[in-house]
Design a protein around this ligand. Sequence first.
Ligand SMILES: [Zn+2]
Length: 163
Amino acid sequence: MRDYLLYCTYCSAYTLLHSYDKESGTFLGEYSLLHNEYTRNSVILHKFLLAHLGHTLRTIPSKTDEYMNIICTATHFLENDIDKYVEESLEQVRFHEMDRRSEREIGRVQLHIVEHLLQRELESLTNTKAATPAEGQVLLGKELGIKRAIEVLKEVRSDRQFA
Ligand SMILES: [Zn+2]
């Protein structure tokens, strides 16, 4: 896969975009050897764009003499901060993951509470004595409805998406 860099001809400075990820629609961004990971965001790219307002920028593909030449001779933009930016990006990913997990956890607790309430409702219905046959039919209908609701809840809870 092709890598790219963005080069400012005026300052002779560059930032590595690396390869383009079609799925996320972004470049992998700068790479940190320390973390063995890319920024996977546009933070450094955007800083580069702002730092070189009005300058002539060129996007250069890898496997070209120009690409090699720029890497060997030009200034690598924010080179000393790349580890820090990658670390921040990894931190954000971890935070989102935790957030997602706790939201899923809350959802599961809520389902559990609803199921518990339905069970209690069912118990009280079962213990209610009907005064007339018509009332008995109504109670039976309610009971079947609640039983079905509990079944549906159990299906949702056992669904792997929610596990
Ligand atoms: Zn510039």
